[in-house]
Design a protein around this ligand. Structure first.
Ligand code: BGC
Length: 367
């Protein structure tokens, strides 16, 4: 039942929840109580939940017979692997023919892949850019070929999105507002007894492990996690801030160095994603520190391993980056654009805060 309720809850928290997509019709029957029971979300949860209940379906609606090209910034990324697997599954279940390319973290390589898709004449492109700054060039290439494009995960500049609207270009972005995930990380710390001040010196001394700093998710999570603390009147001290490029090994190295340099002074480790938090946990344990007793550790994404750590207390918390909601929204919007429908230039899906109180529910949802 929990699983069913959560699935409804997830649908309910999608800002763009009109795009249906999680759960079966039977599951959706329990929609209303779910929104009320939900701890976390959900501004205006009830209404979208009902709408979602109507539209639920197994495969993606509106994509049958379409030829869809998908470009992922690199396959070797834990979160984007979950995302692309779900995206492909949902599109293919809806009857689309899907080709997925690995950009290998190289924008020039990805730009070639996009060019090839354009030459093949795909009906619509779904693109996770290597560099968000390539959006303008890529959009113009697609527009010249009359191929609509759905950008995912790495959001282009606001000015570029405004250009799509003002020039009537068939381009859109589907993602999540990373400010929310940063704020949730800070709120998880604030909800603890000592609010992150283990040594009682009146301030929270932290280490920040950033993703790729060109990525707006990394910028916002870094800023808003700390802003949540300072907005609540908590004094903070930044001991270290390094880019870990979303990578577990780099997270481990950065936190190991920070712990060597600052010792027990480190009270909270914020990681912009779970992969880096898993690396950070290795460093924390190797340094003889214990999460929950003398240090806190936070991530984002809700990878299964991270959820298990939250459940067992080895991580203080994470934030569910809803790859199911995001991939379904991207797929459905791609179908609409291929059919010539106008769509909003920005489509956001909500995050969900995860602590040991609801980690099991999110785990159940993902399994
Ligand atoms: C995720 C990261 C991922 C990145 C890729 C972020 O939203 O939280 O785990 O590496 O997207 O762009």
């Amino acid at each position: 039942m929990k699983k069913k309720l959560l699935s409804v809850l997830l649908c309910a928290t999608m800002v763009a929840a009109l795009f249906a997509g999680c759960g079966s019709k039977e599951e959706e029957a329990a929609a209303e109580p779910a929104a009320e029971e939900a701890e976390e979300p959900a501004k205006e949860a009830e209404e979208p939940a009902e709408e979602t209940a109507e539209a639920a379906t197994e495969g993606c609606p509106g994509v049958d017979g379409l030829n869809i090209g998908i470009c992922i910034y690199k396959f070797d990324d834990n979160f984007m692997t979950l995302y692309r697997t779900e995206l492909q599954k949902y599109l293919e279940a809806g009857g689309a023919t899907v080709t997925v390319m690995d950009g290998k973290n190289d924008q020039a390589e990805q730009t070639n892949q996009i060019q090839n898709f354009i030459t093949q004449g795909v009906d619509v492109l779904i693109i996770n850019l290597v560099q968000s700054s390539a959006a303008e060039q890529v959009t113009d290439q697609c527009a010249a070929a009359n191929i609509p494009v759905v950008f995912i995960n790495r959001e282009p500049e606001a000015a570029e999105e405004e250009r799509w609207a003002s020039e009537g270009i068939a381009a859109t972005y589907v993602g999540a507002d990373a400010r929310q995930s940063g704020t949730y990380q800070g709120e998880i710390v604030l909800a603890t007894e000592n609010k992150g001040d283990f040594n009682g010196d009146g301030k929270v001394s932290y280490v920040m492990v950033m993703g790729d700093p060109e990525n707006i998710d990394a910028q916002y999570r870094t800023e808003f996690s700390i802003k949540a603390l300072t907005d609540a009147g908590v004094e903070v001290e930044k001991l270290d801030e390094q880019r870990g490029d979303w990578d577990q090994a780099k997270g481990q190295e950065i936190v190991a160095n920070a712990l060597t340099a600052n010792g027990d002074a480190v009270e909270v480790v914020f990681c912009n994603n779970d992969a880096m938090a898993l690396g950070a946990l290795q460093a924390i344990e190797a340094a003889g520190r214990t999460v929950g007793e003398d240090i806190m550790l936070l991530g984002v994404d809700a990878l299964v391993e991270a959820l298990e750590n939250v459940q067992s207390g080895k991580m203080t918390g994470t934030v569910f980056n809803d790859h199911i909601g995001q991939s379904h929204a991207a797929a459905e919007i791609a179908g609409k654009m291929a059919a010539g429908e106008a769509v909003d230039v920005q489509n956001m899906v909500d995050y969900i805060k995860v602590t040991n109180e609801n980690a099991a529910d999110i785990l159940a949802l993902l399994q």
